[in-house]
Design a protein around this ligand. Structure first.
Ligand code: AMP
Ligand code: MG
Length: 422
């Protein structure tokens, strides 16, 4: 399996802007996963490892977009009704087509091939059919445009064109597109195998009793879900105590079976933060100090040759650093394209002061103002430990480095969670 270059996360320790961090990652990280064919039903969310070129025109032949009557437009009176004999019938999937001729109509159904000749299809709702089988006529209202309701061959996809590109993550409609050009399988990147730990003596597994001083481990569950959303294969390795020897041997052991190791907690500068020393002893570690709020240093390094990410302990900082740094890192390791998530301009429903030169994300939910425009409302408390603030939020308002003062009514960038959590 391919590996990242040695010490690819090296960085001088200066305060780093988010864009600089992303740029550095995009240069340092190369795909490490292999590829595998998967059936279409298993392709959702996977990263395509090939360009998909259509071997066919879609649709393969001209056909009707409606149930109605195929006619020669030149036969129609532009101002009066036109009465034409019906000389044939064609349904969807029918192979042998009736012969069409000027001065006559063909009864046709949605998706049925257009016989040679007719260039326009009149919807049946706009026609009056008369007579019985053998002696049918149709009366057509005036005013239809030439070519109406007739689909051309290849108007959706032209034979030979690239319909899906290597590096894109497959959404439901992309899976359908692969099927529409006749593919049963597509080649995707293999799933990144991620080993996940929490760290901290205070952490307890949900479902266990909670004695004095303890809290339930939530980060591991949040991060697990974020990783699954990205299409990783996650190995939940549990909680590590704040003991250097245990942390070190657990990480050392985990490097064997994984493409990436992720921890949360234990990377601050407190005496009980043992991750840093353990990873340094086993490989390399760099603390990236990002000019962001919320967020703490994020630790990036290697355990042996395996990339390592040490996320902060505070639950909100975990999510924000995951979305800004870990998500693009993982997508790149899996051969994904570098496409920043879309942010949307919405109105701020609050005033806010911030420090210059750092990017700030505020947890916010969206409400409609009386005109129907979306307004972001900030969660009243900002602590990095308040997980319920994320639960109450629809996404993050992203405030740029230069901004120091935001006034209600100004337009801001809003990153919906739905853009980045799947
Ligand atoms: P640390 O970086 O280990 O000092 O942790 C910072 C804060 O995050 C502390 O209040 C921890 O109790 C909390 N924390 C660390 N890990 C977790 C976790 N897995 N789940 C919930 N809270 C955590
Ligand atoms: Mg800790």
């Amino acid at each position: 399996m391919a590996q990242l270059s040695d010490d690819c996360f090296a960085h001088g320790g200066r305060l780093m802007r988010v864009d600089e961090a992303r740029e550095l990652l995009s240069k340092a990280i190369t795909p490490v996963t292999g590829t595998e064919p998967v059936a279409l039903h298993a392709a959702l969310g996977r990263i395509l490892a090939e360009d998909i070129v259509s071997p066919v025109d879609v649709p393969p032949a001209p056909n009707s977009a409606v149930d109605g009557f195929a006619v020669f437009h030149a036969d129609l009176d532009p101002y009066e009704e036109t009465r034409l004999p019906v000389v044939g019938r064609v349904t969807a999937g029918q192979q042998d087509l009736p012969a069409a001729r000027p001065g006559a109509a063909i009864r046709i159904f949605t998706g049925a091939r257009l016989p040679d000749g007719p260039d326009t299809v009149m919807m049946q709702e706009d026609c009056i059919a008369e007579g019985d089988a053998g002696d049918e006529h149709v009366i057509i209202k005036p005013g239809i445009r030439k070519g109406a309701n007739a689909r051309e061959a290849g108007e959706d996809v032209a034979k030979g064109s690239v319909v899906l590109q290597r590096g894109q993550r497959l959404r439901p409609q992309d899976v359908g597109q692969a099927a529409a050009v006749g593919r049963r399988e597509v080649v995707v990147s293999t799933r990144l195998k991620v080993g996940l730990f929490s760290t901290g003596d205070e952490l307890r597994e949900p479902g266990q009793p909670l004695e004095a001083g303890a809290i339930y481990d939530s980060n591991r569950y949040t991060i697990h879900a974020l990783l699954i959303g990205l299409g990783c294969q996650v190995n939940d390795l549990g909680i590590l105590p704040d003991r250097p020897d245990v942390v070190r041997s657990a990480l050392d052991e985990a490097k064997a079976d994984h493409d990436l190791l992720v921890t949360s907690g234990g990377v601050s500068v407190g005496e009980e933060d043992h991750i840093k020393a353990a990873v340094e002893a086993l490989g390399k570690l760099h603390l990236w100090r990002l000019a962001v709020k919320p967020g703490r240093p994020i630790a990036l390094g290697q355990v042996g040759r395996i990339p390592f990410v040490g996320l902060p302990g505070n639950p909100v900082a975990v999510v924000v650093t995951f979305l800004t740094i870990v998500r693009p890192l993982i997508l790149r390791m899996m051969g994904g394209r570098d496409a920043p998530p879309h942010v949307f301009r919405v109105r701020a429903g609050f005033d806010h002061k911030k420090k210059k030169d750092r990017r700030e994300w505020l947890r916010a939910h969206l409400v409609e103002d009386p005109t129907g425009a979306l307004t972001a409302q900030k969660f009243p408390r900002e602590g990095a430990g308040i997980l319920s603030s994320l639960v109450a939020a629809d996404g993050l308002v992203e405030l740029p480095e230069d901004l120091t003062r935001l006034e209600a009514g100004a337009m801001v960038d809003f990153l919906p969670f739905s853009e980045v959590t799947q």
